[in-house]
Ligand binder design. Structure first.
Ligand code: UDP
Length: 471
């Protein structure tokens, strides 16, 4: 969902500002689409924006689907969906009603460029993450050649163009084992970025000026970069879950800026020990909170990435005994999935303890909610670094050196600091500045909307037929 949502929001923004375009979203699947996925695409304004689900790919027994990382599952889904993608493109291109001016793909899908070439389509990448991660990925093939050890063993931080130096241990999980097949797949995939005619990135100038300036410098094999963000989910989350309406009613009765929202995105899970510490830490902080809780998992920090829709209904046996009773005046606990946008946009919400997924980050920026950065997997450690040390809109708890656990005392301290302390005032102020900058970028003459128009103009030039809508 973290890839699909920004993609379809991008489509909506394009047709809103340039109503002579149509968009067809083609989505590979690994099984029946989740309820959240179906709700998101069915709400699109057909026929201006259509969607097609490709048939689910078949996993062999040898694939050991359940033990694979999200990246590996995505890679398999894309490779095995290429034939069905080709069929769909063939019929789109053959249709007399459409004139396909651009083929825009998620950055995981560079393999599809070859299919697009068969149909003479101009390919663009859509990068739903930030400019820092994009700058890192574009630099990675060079780094791969220069460095022979594991990145986590490098003694000096790596200087990514336009960004803060980053320690190898903070690179995304995929880059922690250079002998793995996923690492090699990733590097090959990134090398194909150069085949794109442009890269659309979900960020904006004032948030990441250093990285975006570095990305705009021309270099052979580096496509032009189009920052068109922040793009976040518009409209309200659909749910008949009463805990959601209870949650929003509860928020209505809290003082402004007083509630900490705690959620780890679609995939993030904590161990039993960490859930325990977090519960005690929230309790000790004496702050108001809403916590979206998932069943703990001791094996993986991304355990629910593809299965978050399978809500377990309010079984909180794993929380410390008496926790719910003791915190009921101050805290609310929601199972699995909460109305994040509604909570972040509510005046009572004054902080967000987040795994630093890029969508969650941009949603906080748009609504001006300061952060506690608690990265778990994928590129989240890099995001956390940028948010706490570069943009300075986040505080960061320190995990234990040995077991990596964040203790209840540390959690209580950082939560109190964000909600009441001096450092909290600082990050809140910075976040308000970013909120203003985000809204300016999206004004008619703002940087992101102007960039979108540039892109639209380029695509219109690709139009050869003199009639019909442009896809
Ligand atoms: N989200 C939500 N309710 C939740 C958790 C997440 O609505 O309880 C939404 C959130 O608003 C965001 C997306 O799910 O739009 C998560 O995307 P992000 O990039 O932050 O993290 P990912 O899930 O990709 O790790």
């Amino acid at each position: 969902m973290g890839h699909v949502i920004p993609f379809i929001e991008f489509a909506k923004r394009l047709v809103h500002h340039h109503d002579d375009f149509n968009v067809t979203c083609i989505i590979p699947t690994i099984g029946p689409p989740s309820t959240a996925m179906k709700a998101a695409v069915e709400a699109l304004p057909a026929p201006t924006i259509n969607h097609i689900f490709l048939p689910p790919i078949i996993f062999d027994d040898d694939d050991q689907y359940s033990t694979k990382s999200p990246e590996t599952i995505l890679a398999l889904a894309i490779t095995r969906s290429l034939p069905s993608l080709a069929c769909e493109l063939k019929s789109l291109v053959a249709s007399s009603r459409t004139n396909v001016v651009a083929f825009v793909v998620d950055f995981f899908c560079t393999e599809t460029f070859e299919v697009a070439r068969e149909f003479n389509l101009s390919s663009y990448l859509f990068f739903p993450s930030n400019a820092m991660v994009l700058s890192f990925l574009l630099y990675l093939p060079k780094l791969d050649e220069m460095v022979s050890c594991e990145f986590k063993d490098l003694t000096e931080p790596v200087k990514i163009p336009g960004c803060l130096p980053v320690h190898g241990r903070d690179f995304a999980d995929t880059f922690q084992d250079r002998t793995s097949g996923t690492y090699k797949w990733f590097v090959d995939m990134i090398k194909k970025f150069s085949l794109a005619r442009g890269i659309i990135v979900n960020s904006f100038m004032d948030l990441e000026s250093g990285a975006l300036k570095a990305l705009s410098e021309e270099e052979p094999g580096k496509p032009p970069v189009y920052p068109i963000g922040p793009i976040i989910r518009s409209g309200s989350s659909e749910s008949d879950d009463v805990s959601w309406s209870d949650c929003l009613t509860w928020l209505d009765n809290q003082p402004s800026d007083s509630v900490l929202f705690v959620a780890f995105g679609s995939g993030g899970t904590l161990s039993h020990a960490q859930v325990n510490e977090l519960a005690f830490g929230l309790e000790m902080s004496q702050q108001r909170f809403i916590w979206v809780v998932k069943t703990p998992n001791d094996e993986s920090a991304s355990a629910t990435y593809f299965s978050v829709q399978n809500h377990q209904k309010n079984h909180f046996d794993f929380l410390p005994e008496g926790f719910l009773e003791r915190t009921k005046e101050r805290g609310l606990v929601i199972s699995s999935w909460g109305p994040q946008i509604e909570v972040l946009s509510h005046g009572a919400t004054g902080g967000f303890l987040t795994h630093c997924g890029w969508n969650s980050t941009l949603e906080s920026v748009v609504y001006g909610v300061p952060l506690i950065a608690w990265p778990l997997y994928a590129e989240q450690r890099m995001n956390a670094l940028m948010l706490s040390e570069d943009v300075r809109v986040a505080l960061r708890p320190n995990p234990n050196e040995g077991d990596g656990l964040v203790t209840r005392e540390e959690i209580a301290k950082v939560v109190k600091e964000l909600m009441e302390g001096e450092a909290g005032i600082g990050v809140r102020k910075r976040m308000r500045v970013m909120k203003h900058a985000a809204s300016m970028a999206l004004m008619e003459d703002g940087s992101s909307i102007k960039t979108l128009s540039k892109l639209a103009l380029e695509w219109k030039k690709n139009q050869t037929a003199s009639y019909g809508k442009t896809n």
